[in-house]
Design a protein around this ligand. Structure first.
Ligand SMILES: [Zn+2]
Length: 436
């Protein structure tokens, strides 16, 4: 029998996790499975002699944290975090049962396969392997498995940071999701996108007020009309392009890799050449504001006094305020703005020992690997952990087939992870954590 390794164990653990339905509907009454998954993780850790503590933010909304002591306890700890919840899946749209953890065509299929039970499984497989072989990491490693990442993090990382900040004492750096995956340039060159920045979130509601009245009269102060004008103006508005240091560095590296000149005046020319990830990168050169919900009225022949719309706004690092000033000029002075949720953007440099360790670990397993920094247009648990002063990266290593449309799988139908890529990820994570 072959000796048990992290790469050997990671697929089975990932399958187990995929079979636990942890659908986060955004409504605590219908969200399921987080506690079951956290208990599974706790058992896997305890089986390897690692003690963990479960923290519930609400009934069944479970978060699990463990600390593995390192060789040099005077060094800052490294936080490794993954969320256990997933977005819901409509089984009728899938070609397999989204919670069966089925393995076929070289992939492990299921909701959460890349977002992000793959990385949760890598974390577990690696530390279990260490315990079997008596490996002590160079510094303390804090493992955090969170709830509620998919619906605002209130019951997950935000709760941990607010109520249990002591668990992260001494953590100086962190790695988590949406980074470390490969983007194939050719057979001999793969860029691995390490997330060093995230756009900020500003979900807001616009309120228009007018004079209520009868739908049959002449009426010049209609809240629905005022709101519709504001929503249309926001939806059509294109915010100016700003190239942040992270995006500039990414585009320079991509242009170098594909052999074209980077023109800072026309970054969208380079972005257009990125194929399936053009969408991902295109959203990181400007602020965006997308109308998502509308609400007004209660009867066909009554003009309501109020109307409201929700706008999903994403802002570049350092631009939260200038964005709002611009938004105000677009919607005019009479529309009221209510902030539903605001989370600051983050951005860190692509330098230092930790980044060097990422590059080295990737190259050791893939000689054609080149690590590059990029900005994520969405948000992750890093938003919460960065508020503790922790330097956050997205580094969940995954080697992907050249023809896989990876970004479409996030929250998508037939989400799946390549089995070999998952094993590759476990080996890279093992090397990285041993050398970080
Ligand atoms: Zn995720």
């Amino acid at each position: 029998m072959e000796p048990l390794t992290a790469a050997g164990e990671v697929v089975g653990i990932c399958r187990d996790l995929l079979r636990i339905d942890t659908s986060n509907t955004g409504d605590p009454r219908t969200t399921v499975g987080e506690r079951v998954a956290a208990e599974y993780v706790a058992a896997q850790l305890s089986d390897a002699g690692i003690e963990s503590v479960l923290h519930e933010s609400a009934p069944k909304r479970a978060n699990l944290v463990a600390r593995i002591p390192g060789a040099d306890r005077s060094r800052g700890a490294l936080l490794v975090h993954g969320h256990l919840d997933v977005v819901p899946a409509d089984a009728s749209e899938w070609s397999v049962d989204p919670f069966s953890g089925e393995e076929k065509d070289g992939y492990l299929w299921g909701r959460g396969a890349i977002d992000m039970k793959d990385f949760d499984a890598m974390m577990l497989a690696v530390v279990r392997d260490w315990q079997r072989n008596g490996v002590v990491p160079p510094r303390d490693i804090v493992l955090a498995f969170t709830a509620d990442e998919e619906a605002g993090m209130e019951y997950g990382s935000q709760f941990l940071v607010r109520e249990h900040a002591d668990l992260f004492e001494g953590c100086t750096e962190a790695i988590g999701e949406v980074g470390g995956f490969s983007y194939t340039i050719n057979d001999d060159l793969r860029l691995y996108l390490v997330e060093t920045a995230e756009k900020g979130i500003d979900w807001l509601r616009l309120h228009a007020k007018g004079r209520p009245g009868h739908g049959s009269f002449v009426h010049d102060d209609n809240a629905v009309t005022a709101l519709a004008e504001a929503v249309a103006a926001v939806g059509r508005h294109k915010f100016p392009m700003t190239i942040t240091p992270t995006v500039r560095s990414f585009l320079e590296q991509v242009c170098d890799a594909i052999g074209i000149e980077f023109d800072p005046a026309e970054p969208e020319l380079a972005i257009a050449k990125l194929g399936p990830i053009a969408n991902l990168i295109g959203a990181t050169v400007r602020n965006t504001a997308n109308p998502t919900r509308l609400e007004a009225g209660y009867k066909d022949n009554v003009i309501p006094g109020r109307a409201s719309a929700t706008i999903d706004c994403r802002t570049l690092p350092g631009q939260a305020e200038s964005f709002l000033a611009e938004l105000r000029s677009v919607i005019g002075p009479d529309i009221e703005i209510e902030h539903l949720q605001q989370q600051a953007a983050l951005e860190t440099g692509f330098d230092g020992d930790l980044v060097a360790a990422m590059s080295a670990a990737l190259r050791a397993e893939d000689p054609g690997a080149r690590a590059v920094p990029y900005m994520l247009s969405g948000g992750t648990d890093a938003k919460a952990f960065t508020t503790l002063g922790i330097r956050c990266f997205g580094f969940a290593p995954l080697k992907l087939p050249a023809d896989l449309n990876f970004s479409a799988l996030f929250h998508g139908v037939d989400e799946r992870v390549p089995v070999e890529g998952l094993q590759f990820g476990a080996r890279v994570l093992d090397r990285f954590l041993r050398s970080s």
